[in-house]
Structure formats: C-alpha cells, structure tokens
Write a protein that binds this ligand. Structure first.
Ligand code: NDP
Length: 334
C-alpha cells in the first residue's frame, strides 16, 4: 500500500519535506478484518492542528506514522460477517491507497444513484454535518435571522449558506477569497450578498452586505473576520466558533478581537464546538440532507486532486484556498 506519513512537525506553513511517501506490505487478513481499496481521501484544515505536538481534542499525529483522516473506498476482501466484498465504507485510516484493519473501524454506507462516493466526505459527511450542527445546535438559527459565514465557498461554508436558507434565515451573507468564489456564492449557493475579504477592510464590507446587522455568525476563519462580525452583531446574536483557519499556519500567537466587550454589551453568545461531540444528531442530518439532495434543494462542489502522491499538495492547496467546496484526493488505481 502507498501511504503518506508525517516525518517532521511543521513550523508555520507545512512544506513537502515534512512528509514522505512510504510503500508498506499488507499482511494476510486476520479474523474480522477487511481490506479496502480507497477511492477518495479527505484533506481537512483540522489536520494542521494535529501536526503540532500539543494536547487538543484530537491527538497529535505521531512522527513516522501514516496521516489519519477520513476516507472512502470499496471492500476488496473481507473476513468479517457484517462487511461484504463490494461494500462502500467510510473510515479514518487516512492517506493511503489501501486500508486494512478490524471491521469495527469501517462504516458501511449506502450507494446513492448519481452521487459520487466522495460525497461521503463532504455533502453527506463530516463537513456538511459540521454546518448543520453549527447552525442548528450551536448558533440556534431562528427563522428570519441574518446569517454571516466566512470561508463561505468551502466545504463547510457552502453548506452553511444553503442550510441557513432552507431553515428560514432572513438574509444570508458570505465572504470568500476570490472574485470567482464570491460570484458562485450568489449565483449558485443562494447567498443574498457576498464579498471578497481581500478587497478591503472586512468590517466595512460586512456593514455594506448586512446593513441590518448579523444575528448568527458562523466563524470558519477567526481574526479580523470575527472582529468584524462582533462589530456588526445584533443584540442577542450568536457566534458558532467552528474554526480559525486564518491562524492555523501562523507561528506567532494570534491577537484576539479588540471588541470582545461587545459580547457583554450586546448579550452575545460565542460557543465553540467540535462536530465529533454531536454525533447523536448525525441520523437527523443524514435524513434531511438525503432528502434535500434528492429534491435538488442543495448543490455541492468538490475539488478533486488526483493521486495519493499529491495528497500533500492537495492539503496545502486547501490551506491556500485553491478549493471550491470539498477538497478530496482521488486515489487512482496503481
Ligand atoms: P474549506 O473547504 O473551507 O477550505 C479552507 C478554506 O479556507 C480555503 O478554501 C480558503 O478559502 C479559506 N482560507 C484559507 N486561509 C484563509 C484566511 N487567511 N482567511 C480567510 N479564509 C481563508 O475547509 P472546511 O470547510 O473543511 O473547513 C472550514 C473551517 O471549518 C475550518 O476552519 C475548519 O478548521 C473548520 N472545521 C471545524 C470543524 C469542527 O468540528 N469544529 C469540523 C470541520 C471543519 P478562500 O479562498 O475563501 O480564502
């Protein structure tokens, strides 16, 4: 099996030399084990945090070990009663073309007509589920709310905008890092207004896009975006603190929002979450998202990078904003 391993802990932006490609001989299948030919592996921003040797909600990656993470593939051999050859499975064994292990680590998922297997990593997987949980369980979206989401053309953000609309948001506003993405937000994902955060001060652009203020801010970016959202927050507003990608590759400690006192004076709530602690809502999400997809009520995009040997480039591309929607790596057959 070809696998990508972390061999050095990055300082600031990761570089290719922090990783290596390894060829690993897989042993015979043991009792209750399965072998899976991966079709897609997920690259995600949280992986940057796991490259650091710090205690967090997910343990750090070990040096010399294969990068863990979401992946989807098809079972090619099985010694487990519950898993058959040909089944599609999702697992967390990450950046490798063939995965093998106890069947308990593999979840069989249905194959839906017209939906690529990669959807299990995005619109039917962790990222869209994050949007769903953040909006409904963390920010308590209420019909009529003005919703602002940063990173709006990404895997999570593009779902936040669409789910907000489907759940009755009043005005939906997004920010992203290119003119093409901003155009997509209004033309394809149904946002009412969008702006390019590289075009000028975020606070000014947000004030123009949400003149009546913001009731829910879904924060994927942190930093200046969070400060702008606190500035435009309406009384009783809620912030779902989902991520802070503007800070993941900074080596200096981040500066907090200078207007944090708005939380006091406007009665705001900022609540962080990691989606893994909300798995009890997964069945509701899967049912609702399945229905939305079947009814063409939700659209989704994926950026596909070919080849396990390009996984590092795909990850770095994600951090640089080269993706629209979910970034995945297609594991081409050798
Ligand atoms: P995306 O698909 O949104 O990809 C990351 C995007 O971040 C890039 O496309 C880029 O878009 C944007 N970006 C990169 N640097 C900056 C910057 N300095 N300022 C603003 N935008 C930037 O990734 P995901 O949808 O997978 O993740 C989005 C966020 O959600 C991340 O913060 C992630 O950590 C978080 N997350 C949290 C989870 C949780 O359980 N709390 C679960 C899953 C994700 P652009 O071109 O617009 O700059």
């Amino acid at each position: 099996s070809t696998q990508v391993q972390l061999v050095a802990r990055p300082a600031g932006w990761p570089v290719p030399a922090d990783f290596r490609l390894a060829r690993i001989e897989l042993g015979e299948l043991g009792p209750n084990e399965v072998r899976v030919a991966n079709e897609f592996i997920s690259v995600d921003p949280y992986m940057r945090g796991r490259m650091n040797d710090v205690k967090s909600y997910a343990p750090p990656y070990s040096l010399g070990a294969t990068m863990g993470g979401g992946a989807v593939g098809r079972v090619v051999a099985s010694r487990a009663d519950a898993v058959a050859v040909g089944d599609v499975v999702v697992h967390q064994l990450g950046w490798r073309d063939v995965a093998q292990g106890d069947a308990a680590g593999f979840r069989v998922v249905p194959e839906l007509a017209g939906v690529p297997l990669s959807a299990n990593l995005g619109v039917l997987g962790m990222t869209a589920f994050t949007a769903y949980v953040g909006l409904l369980e963390i920010a308590h979206l209420t019909p009529g709310d003005t919703v602002f989401v940063s990173g709006a053309a990404g895997a999570v953000g593009s779902m936040v905008g669409q789910i907000a609309r489907l759940k009755g948001a009043g005005r939906v506003v997004g920010s992203a890092g290119s003119a093409a993405k901003v155009e997509l937000l209004t033309s394809r994902y149904g946002f009412d207004a969008a702006f390019n955060y590289r075009d000028g001060a975020i606070a000014e652009q947000l004030a123009a896009a949400a003149p009546e203020g913001v009731d829910v801010y879904f924060d994927n970016v942190g930093g200046e975006h969070l400060e702008a959202a606190l500035e435009m927050a309406n009384p009783g507003g809620r912030v779902a603190a989902c991520g802070a990608i503007s800070q993941y590759n900074e080596s200096a400690a981040p500066v907090g929002p200078r207007n944090l006192s708005n939380v006091v004076t406007r009665g705001l709530t900022i609540k962080g979450f990691t989606v893994g602690n909300y798995l009890q809502h997964y069945p509701a999400f899967a049912a609702e998202m399945g229905a939305w997809l079947a009814a063409d009520a939700v659209v989704f995009d994926e950026t596909v990078v070919d080849g396990i040997d390009h996984a590092v480039e795909a990850f770095l591309g994600l951090m640089r904003g080269e993706n629209t929607g979910k970034m995945v790596v297609r594991t081409l057959p050798a």
